[in-house]
Design a protein around this ligand. Structure first.
Ligand code: ATP
Ligand code: MG
Length: 231
């Protein structure tokens, strides 16, 4: 569904991605893991179009999208939930969701009921300001907003960061449900190992700007964890 090949990115002349290779098969959930600063967020930004790549290719459903503007990529089917969420705190939940509808039109309007079904708490809090929601509720809102664009690939950057365990479970269940519906593949940057083990199909591990290991989640063994993930 989505594939990156040989992606290189530099910030101010220093290289942070050194030939990233990554594949997200159809109907699957991929966990992209690695220690702080290895380039996980930059990899996601290279898919979404928020950093300039020096080289490499980004293909969505076989078509090159690596040179397109971020909004064009979004309309082609890239849904993105950035690290730290990024909802509008002074707008209500409903207004936050409607922004997606305004930008993506009927496609988003059709999805509204389904998305609210996935996250019942949002339905309850439609008139509350985004800024007063808990971190976990804001994360659900951010995911809901991305889903309204009806993406082919949903990309999330550390959705469990700073969120309490019962909400993490809710988010995990929602992601599994989305995946099982079979229309959306999911790429997740995640440092919380147990979350990856419980919902992931495949893992990719990054170290110093490259993917150094990947495979089915069952192959994510203690050796790999010790070598590339523990601090
Ligand atoms: N806008 C920027 N300008 C300059 N350097 C940057 C910029 N964004 C990231 N970097 C650097 O690029 C490297 C990779 O950063 P990135 O955010 O992709 O890592 P990450 O794996 O997502 O880390 P974390 O787990 O802390 O979120 C880091 O060394 C970081 O300091
Ligand atoms: Mg990051």
């Amino acid at each position: 569904m989505l594939s990156l090949s040989n992606i290189t990115v530099s910030y101010d002349g220093s290289r942070v991605l050194r030939g990233v290779e990554l594949t997200v098969p159809e109907k699957s959930l991929i966990c992209l893991m690695g220690r702080n600063g290895v380039g996980k967020t930059t990899t996601l930004k290279s898919i979404v179009g928020l950093v300039k790549t020096d080289s490499g290719s980004v293909k969505l459903a076989g078509e090159e999208i690596g040179k397109l503007a971020p909004d064009v990529r979004a309309r082609r089917g890239i849904g993105y939930v950035p690290q730290g969420r990024d909802i509008f705190p002074h707008l209500t939940v409903l207004e936050n969701l409607r922004i997606s509808v305004v930008v993506h039109g009927n496609r988003a309007a059709d999805q509204m009921d389904r998305v609210l079904e996935l996250f019942p708490i949002l339905k309850e809090f439609l008139q509350r300001k985004g800024g007063v929601l808990s971190g976990g509720q804001q994360q659900q809102l951010a995911i809901a907003r991305a889903l309204l664009t009806n993406p082919k690939v949903l990309i999330l950057d550390e959705p469990t960061e700073g969120i309490q365990p019962n909400i993490i479970d809710l988010i995990g269940e929602a992601l599994l449900k989305i995946k099982r519906e079979g229309k959306i593949s999911i790429l997740l940057v995640e440092q919380y190992l147990d979350f990856c083990l419980s919902i992931g199909d495949y893992f990719h591990i990054m170290d110093r700007g490259a993917v150094v290991a990947h495979g089915p989640i069952a192959d994510l063994n203690q050796d790999l964890v010790r070598k590339h993930l523990t601090v």
